[in-house]
Write a protein that binds this ligand. Structure first.
Ligand code: G3I
Length: 380
C-alpha cells in the first residue's frame, strides 16, 4: 500500500542543494514515505548540543548502539544499571521517536557480559545457568520497557560470520543448541506481548550461502510456531558496494514469509567508491539504492544508519577497515554537515520510483481519490 501510493502523492520537485544541519528534511521525508529512518546512538550524544539536535530533528527512530546490550545493563550477576538505556528511551519519548531495542541475546563481542564466563564455569550445570540468566535478562529488560520499546532485536547474529551455520563460538549455541532462539522469542513475547520481535543478522548481503542459511533458520522457526515477527538485515556493506537488486530480493524473500523486514545497521565505507570521479556522490547513489530497495518492499518498515556522523564510526577501529580510515560511511560528515548521501536518501523517500507493471482501473481510481484528498485544502 505505502510503496504503491507514495510516488503519486509525493512527486513534488525536491531541492537537492546542500542543507544546513538540523533541517529536519530527512525525518519529514521518512514520515511522508511511511517508514522509520533511524540512527544508532550512545547516551553521551544526548547532552544538549549539535549532535543531540541532529538526532532529534533528522530521525524518527533510535537504536542504542551499546547501551541496551547485556554487558552494558548488567555489571555483575543480578545487578542492573539502566541509566544509559533509560536516557535513550527518555530522549526518544521526548522527541516522538521509536526505539529499536538492541539487543537481548547476542553471543559475540560485547553481547555478553565479561563476568559470564566465570559464572558458567562455576555452575554445576552451565547450560541451565545460562538458560536461567537469559530468561532473567529478557524478563527484566523487556518488562522494564514494555509499552515504551515497541521493537526488539531478540536474537542478534545467530549465524557464523561467514557461513549459514549457527555461530559455533557463541556460548548460546555451545550450551543450548538451536533451541535457545525459540526460547528467547517465547520469553520476549511473554514479557511484552505488544512488542514486535526481530531476529537481526549481519553480512548476508554479500554472502548468498549465508542468506540461504538465514532463510532455512527462519523457516524452521516459523514452522515451529516461534513468535518471530521480523528479520533485520544489518546492512554493514563491508565487503563491497551495496547492490540494490540483491538487497531487494532478500527483503522480498523474507517478506514473502509474512515477516516485517528492516535495514537495521546501515553504513558504507568509501573504500568501494575509490576510483569514482566523486567518491561521495558515488556513495550517495549506493545509499539511494538501499533506500529504494526498502521502499519497494511494503513489509520494509525502516532503515537505521549505524551512527550519526563520520566523526564516530565503529569501522575506523575495526580491522581491516581501520587500515582505510577515515571510512566516512554515514550520512553526516565529521563536522556534522549533511553529505550527498543525506540528500540522496531524502530524495528517494520523497519520490520513490513508480510501481512496476500495470495497475487495475480500481487501483487507479483509488489512487485518484487519495491524490484528490491529499491536495484538498485542510479543513478549518
Ligand atoms: O564500555 C567501554 C568503555 O568503558 C571503555 O572506556 C571503552 C574504551 O575503548 O570501551 C568501551 O567498550 C566499547 C563499546 O563499544 C562501547 O563504546 C568496546 O570496547 C567496543 O568493542 C564496543 O564496540 C561496539 C561493538 O558493537 C561491540 O562488538 C561498537 O561500538 C558497536 O557499534 C558495535 O555494534 C554492533 C551491533 O551491536 C551488532 N551488529 C554489529 C555491530 C558492529 O560490530
Amino acid at each position: 500500500m505505502r510503496a504503491l501510493f507514495a510516488p503519486l502523492l509525493l512527486a513534488a520537485p525536491v531541492a537537492t542543494a546542500a542543507l544546513p544541519p538540523a533541517s529536519g528534511e530527512l525525518r519529514g521525508a521518512a514520515a511522508a514515505a511511511g517508514i522509520e529512518i533511524g540512527v544508532a546512538a550512545e547516551p553521551a550524544q544526548l547532552a544538549p548540543g549539535p549532535e543531540a539536535a541532529l538526532l532529534a530533528s533528522e530521525f524518527t527512530s533510535l537504536t542504542p548502539e551499546n547501551a541496551m546490550k547485556w554487558s552494558a545493563l548488567a555489571p555483575a550477576p543480578g545487578v542492573w544499571s539502566f541509566a544509559g538505556a533509560d536516557a535513550l528511551v527518555d530522549f526518544a519519548d521526548g522527541n516522538g521517536q521509536r526505539v529499536r531495542g538492541h539487543t537481548l541475546v547476542w553471543g559475540r563481542a560485547n553481547g555478553v557480559p565479561g563476568w559470564l564466563g566465570d559464572e558458567l564455569a562455576a555452575a554445576s550445570d552451565p547450560a541451565e545457568r545460562l538458560r536461567a540468566l537469559t530468561a532473567e535478562l529478557i524478563d527484566t529488560v523487556v518488562g522494564r520497557y514494555a509499552g515504551r520499546v515497541p521493537t526488539w532485536d531478540v536474537v542478534n547474529e545467530p549465524l557464523a560470520v561467514d557461513s549459514g551455520e549457527l555461530d559455533p563460538d557463541s556460548p548460546f549455541t555451545q550450551l543450548l543448541g538451536v533451541g535457545y532462539i525459540a526460547e528467547a522469542f517465547a520469553r520476549a513475547r511473554a514479557a511484552d506481548p505488544t512488542a514486535t520481535l526481530f531476529l537481526n543478522e549481519t553480512l548476508v548481503e554479500a554472502q548468498p550461502a549465508k542468506f540461504a542459511g538465514l532463510l532455512a533458520l527462519v523457516d524452521a522457526l516459523l514452522a515451529d510456531g516461534v513468535p518471530l515477527d521480523g528479520v533485520g538485515l544489518q546492512g554493514h556493506f563491508l565487503q563491497g558496494r551495496a547492490d540494490g537488486a540483491v538487497l531487494r530480493a532478500q527483503l522480498e524473500a523474507l517478506a514473502a514469509r509474512g515477516l516485517f523486514v528492516e535495514i537495521t545497521e546501515l553504513d558504507m565505507p568509501v573504500l568501494w567508491f575509490f576510483g569514482e570521479p566523486d567518491v561521495l556522490a558515488a556513495q550517495a547513489e549506493a545509499y539511494a539504492d538501499v533506500a529504494a530497495a526498502c521502499l519497494a518492499v511494503p513489509a520494509c518498515r525502516g532503515i537505521t544508519v549505524w551512527g550519526l556522523s563520520d566523526a564516530d564510526t565503529w569501522l575506523d577501529t575495526l580491522f581491516p577497515l581501520s587500515a582505510f580510515a577515515p571510512n566516512r560511511p554515514l550520512l553526516f560528515d565529521e563536522t556534522l554537515a549533511p553529505k550527498p548521501a543525506y540528500g540522496a536518501v531524502r530524495d528517494v523517500l520523497l519520490a520513490p520510483a513508480p510501481p512496476a507493471g500495470m495497475l487495475s482501473f480500481a487501483a487507479l481510481a483509488t489512487l485518484a481519490l487519495i491524490r484528490r484528498a491529499a491536495s484538498a485544502p485542510p479543513p478549518r
